[in-house]
Design a binder for this molecule. Structure first.
Ligand code: HEM
Ligand SMILES: *[C@@H]1O[C@H](CO)[C@@H](O)[C@H](O)[C@H]1NC(C)=O
Ligand SMILES: *[C@@H]1O[C@H](CO)[C@@H](O)[C@H](O)[C@H]1NC(C)=O
Ligand SMILES: *[C@@H]1O[C@H](CO)[C@@H](O)[C@H](O)[C@H]1NC(C)=O
Length: 322
């Protein structure tokens, strides 16, 4: 068999290359300028209204976007509902705080009236993630658009999300698999400037931590006692937990200041202080909020560039494939 390009195969190779590059076309800030000029206004109004009624919305949406992008790229796979034959991502193990899907549904319903069949759910989620950061006091950036919605969502894939018990090597590896560097990892961990964690994600740090230490020795002692009180053993309050920094509804650099004070909630957060590759970045962000904001916007663009499969669609309802 002749596999070398000949005069006959060349046009075919060219055609394949063209199809490939079209399906992976670059994302664009002005992607919907002609087809849905009201897009960003509609989404922002929806997210703002939802956040006023429910202050948990910004943190939940930011986490939703991260989880979406880390599994099969930013293709709205996290928005699909389970079916009779498939357990979806959103019903996988770490789903407990990924909620507020109704906000995306509301924005999508309004967009289907304004510009039917045009805007992908993946792009809506990317815009809402920017909006919740900006409206919480964080940076604003221009969202690149043109994503397509995936057709596959599997609960078993959530095993690939980083766990709060990971050490720095494992965190670096988890992000590197997605083409994200050490700086991106430390920067995006700053998403924990918003929101809340349930006891289950950190309580092992304050109960019988190791054979030598009852609490994780990297932890500030008073902070550890506070977490112990909030998460007693046994604990029959399923909603108990801890805010991820001391200003959990404000997007600021307090998260990094807390890490330097031994008040990181997750072992993964606290580990960023203990490694020379990450500590200097934590220190820089704790000193300089505007540097953190600039890097966060840049890393969110990179996160948002993680691509899904080639044969995506524009879903009509974010919970179901067409
Ligand atoms: C670096 C690896 C990461 C790990 C190990 C991790 C782990 C976790 C865990 C365990 C929770 C708490 C879940 C619960 O118990 O309710 C959480 C919450 C959260 N995560 Fe992460 N995360 C990571 C990275 C990120 C990134 C990159 C972002 C966004 C840029 C993010 C945004 C959030 C937010 C906003 C919350 C709070 C959610 C809420 O209040 O409902 N996380 N994360
Ligand atoms: C605002 O949010 C509330 C609560 O989610 C909802 O009932 C209401 O319809 C929303 N209003 C608009 C204009 O979206
Ligand atoms: C989380 O996933 C479990 C299955 O692993 C499911 O039973 C539960 O309803 C899900 N919780 C939420 C809030 O979606
Ligand atoms: C603490 O952990 C050790 C093993 O590391 C175990 O032998 C011991 O029973 C545990 N104590 C409590 C109170 O759970």
């Amino acid at each position: 068999m002749a596999l070398l390009p000949t005069e006959n195969t060349f046009p075919i190779i060219f055609l394949l290359l063209t199809i490939f590059s079209l399906s992976k076309a670059e994302l664009h800030a002005h992607y919907y300028d002609q087809t849905c000029p009201q897009l960003e206004k509609i989404v922002s109004e929806t997210v703002l209204n939802a956040s006023i009624h429910d202050p948990k919305v910004p943190a939940r949406i930011l986490r939703m976007f991260f989880h979406d992008c880390f599994i099969k790229g930013c293709d709205a796979s996290i928005l699909l509902d389970s079916t009779a034959t498939n357990q979806a991502e959103k019903d996988g193990p770490p789903n407990i705080s990924v909620q507020s899907f109704y906000v995306i549904d509301d924005a999508k319903a309004k967009l289907e009236l304004a510009c039917p069949g045009t805007v992908s759910c993946a792009d809506i989620l990317a815009i809402t993630a920017r909006d919740v950061v900006a409206m919480s006091g964080g940076p604003y950036w221009s969202v690149l658009k043109g994503r397509k919605d995936g057709r596959v969502s599997k609960a078993s894939d959530t095993i690939n999300l980083p766990a709060p018990t990971l050490n720095v090597d494992q965190l670096i590896q988890s992000f590197a698999k997605r083409g994200l560097g050490v700086k991106d990892m430390v920067t995006l961990s700053g998403g924990h400037t918003l929101g809340f964690s349930h006891c289950s994600s950190f309580e092992a740090r304050v109960h019988n931590f190791s054979s030598l230490h009852d609490i994780d020795p990297r932890m500030n002692t008073n902070f550890a006692l506070d977490l112990k009180n909030k998460c007693p053993k046994p604990n029959n309050n399923r909603n108990a937990g801890q805010f991820l920094d001391s200003t959990a509804s404000v997007f600021d650099n307090d998260y990094y200041k807390q890490l330097l004070a031994g008040k990181g909630v997750f072992s993964s957060d606290q580990s960023l202080v203990g490694d020379y590759r990450t500590r200097r970045i934590v220190e820089a962000f704790a000193r300089d909020q505007s540097l953190f904001f600039k890097e966060f916007a840049a890393s969110m663009l990179k996160l948002g560039n993680l691509r899904g499969s080639n044969n995506g669609e524009v879903r009509l309802n974010c919970r179901f494939v067409n």
